[in-house]
Design a protein around this ligand. Structure first.
Ligand code: ADP
Ligand code: K
Ligand code: ZN
Length: 430
C-alpha cells in the first residue's frame, strides 16, 4: 500500500499539506449556508490561512449548531451529488446527520483500510463486523474499509452470540470489529459454554465506539486470546478511522492529513499543552460534501508527547477518558465512569458487567455501584462475600476519594448491551 508514505511524512511537510487542505476546506465550506454566514462574519478567507494554527481565528462548531442546521445547513454541493448519510447514535440527545459524496466515501474507506493495515490486517484476512449496521457509522464504515483493503467481509451485525461463533468457525474469521462492552459479554459466553478461545481463529479485534479502559482491553485480549486495538471516531468526522492504535498499543495515531486536531480547555477553549487533558476539537481536511470546522467533540483526551516507536509521525492521543458531559460530582469530587471501570475490571473476582447509579438523597448526590461477581467467587459464604465487598470498596475509595455504595451481584444479573453500553443510570431528579 503506497498510503504508507503519508503515515511517516515529516512534520514540516505535514504542516504544508494541512495548510493547503485547510484552504481548500474553507473554500468549500463557504458554499454551505451555515459556514457561508460564519466565514463572512469572521472575515476569514482561505488566503488568510498561513499556518494550521490560523484555524483558531474561527469560532468552534458545536453539536447544537449541527442540530440547528439540521438537515442540510452544512451541505456544500447540489443534493444530487450526495450518495450517503449517517447519523450519530444520539447518545446525548437529538441526532445529527452527516452527508457524503462519492469522494468522501472513497477517502473514508481509505482511512479505515489504513487503520486495518496498520494493525496487521491484509488481503486474505476474513473480517467479521459485529457492530450494528444502519445509521451508526461503525457498520458501513468498517465494512467498506475492510473491502477496500481486500478482506472477505462478513456483515454479521451485533448480538446472537451463537450465530457469531458459527460464522467465525464456518468462514475462518481472522479479525473482528466489536464494541468493548459486547466483547466482554461475548468472552463471558465463551467461558460459560466451555469454548476455548485458543481454538478460534480470530487474532485481531478492533474495539471502540465507546469509552473503555486499559483493564477492559486486557481482559478482552486474554479472554478472547487475540490482540485488541483501540479505534476512535465519531459520525461528525465520518466515523471510524479518525484515530487508531498502532501495534505499539501506546495511544492512537490521529490521522493529521485528514483531520486537524486541537486539544483545548473546555471552559476557555484555549489550547492546553501536550500531555495535559482537554477537549478534542477536530476539523475535517478532506471532506467535500460537508466539511466541519473546529468541531467540539466533548471527548476528553490528551496529546501524548514524544515520538512513537512505530515510526509514524502523526501525533497520538491517549484513550478517551469520557465525554466532558459524562463527568459527575459526588461530595465535591469530579468523577468519570471510566475511573470506576478501571478499578472494577482490575479486580480478578469481578465479572464482565457493572452499573453506576446516581441518585439524590436530601439534596446530596449519591453514587452506588452494582458489580457482577464471577460465578466461582459468588458464594454462599457471608464472611467471604463481606471480605470481597470491603476489598472492592477500599479500591474504589483509593481511586475516587469518596466511598460509594456497593452491591455485589450474581453473574449475568445486570442488563446486557449489544450496542453501546449504558454504564450510568442517572435517577437524580432534574
Ligand atoms: P454519539 O455521539 O451519539 O454516540 P457517534 O456514534 O458518532 O454518536 O459516537 C461518537 C462518540 O463515541 C465519540 O465522540 C466518543 O464519545 C465515543 N467513542 C468513539 N470511539 C471511542 C473510543 N475508541 N474510545 C472512547 N470513546 C469513543
Ligand atoms: K461511537
Ligand atoms: Zn505508532
Amino acid at each position: 500500500m503506497h498510503l504508507h508514505e503519508v503515515e511517516t511524512i515529516g512534520r514540516d511537510a505535514l504542516a504544508d499539506l494541512q495548510v493547503r487542505a485547510l484552504r481548500a476546506t474553507l473554500e468549500r465550506a463557504r458554499r454551505s449556508p451555515f459556514y457561508g454566514r460564519r466565514l463572512a462574519e469572521s472575515g476569514l478567507g482561505p488566503q488568510d490561512i498561513r499556518s494550521p494554527g490560523d484555524i483558531r481565528r474561527l469560532p468552534v462548531t458545536t453539536k447544537d449548531d449541527l442540530r440547528a442546521e439540521y438537515p442540510f445547513g452544512l451541505v456544500t454541493c447540489p443534493r444530487e451529488e450526495l450518495i450517503r448519510l449517517h447519523a450519530s447514535s444520539g447518545t446525548t440527545g437529538a441526532s445529527t446527520v452527516v452527508f457524503h459524496d462519492r469522494q468522501d466515501l472513497d477517502n473514508w474507506s481509505d482511512l479505515v483500510a489504513r487503520c486495518m493495515y496498520m494493525v496487521g490486517m491484509r488481503p486474505g484476512d476474513v473480517f467479521q463486523n459485529m457492530t450494528a449496521y444502519g445509521l451508526f457509522t461503525g457498520g458501513l464504515g468498517m465494512h467498506y474499509g475492510a473491502e477496500r483493503l481486500g478482506c472477505l467481509t462478513v456483515p454479521a451485525g451485533p448480538g446472537n452470540t451463537q450465530r457469531q461463533i458459527k460464522l467465525i468457525r464456518d468462514f475462518g474469521v481472522t479479525a473482528l470489529h466489536i464494541i468493548p462492552s459486547y466483547a466482554l459479554h461475548f468472552a463471558g459466553w465463551l467461558e460459560r459454554e466451555g469454548i476455548d478461545p485458543g481454538e478460534l481463529t480470530p487474532r485481531i479485534a478492533l474495539i471502540g465506539a465507546e469509552p473503555h479502559t486499559g483493564e477492559a482491553r486486557s481482559r478482552i485480549e486474554s479472554l478472547l486470546d487475540l490482540k485488541a486495538y483501540n479505534s476512535y471516531g465519531l459520525s461528525e468526522m465520518n466515523g471510524p478511522g479518525v484515530a487508531f492504535e498502532c501495534p505499539e498499543q501506546q495511544g492512537m495515531h490521529l490521522w493529521e492529513d485528514a483531520f486537524l486536531m486541537e486539544v483545548v480547555d473546555p471552559e476557555t477553549l484555549e489550547p492546553v499543552p501536550d500531555g495535559e487533558p482537554g477537549e478534542l476539537v477536530l476539523t475535517t481536511l478532506q471532506r467535500h460534501a460537508m466539511p466541519i470546522l473546529r468541531y467540539r467533540t466533548k471527548d476528553i483526551t490528551r496529546i501524548l508527547p514524544g515520538d512513537c516507536a512505530c515510526g509514524r509521525t502523526h501525533r497520538r492521543i491517549d484513550r478517551i477518558t469520557g465525554r466532558s458531559d459524562d463527568m459527575f460530582i459526588i461530595k465535591g469530587v469530579n468523577i468519570y465512569p471510566m475511573q470506576i471501570e478501571r478499578v472494577l475490571l482490575g479486580i480478578p473476582e469481578v465479572g464482565q458487567n457493572y452499573l453506576i447509579i446516581l441518585d439524590r438523597e436530601q439534596d446530596i448526590d449519591q453514587l452506588r455501584v452494582k458489580v457482577e461477581i464471577k460465578a466461582e467467587h459468588y458464594r454462599d459464604d457471608p464472611a467471604a462475600m463481606a471480605a470481597l465487598h470491603r476489598h472492592i470498596i477500599h479500591r474504589l475509595r483509593d481511586e475516587l476519594l469518596v466511598t460509594p455504595g456497593l452491591d455485589l451481584m450474581p453473574p449475568r444479573s445486570l442488563p446486557e448491551a449489544q450496542g453501546k453500553a449504558q454504564r450510568v443510570e442517572d435517577l437524580r431528579p432534574r
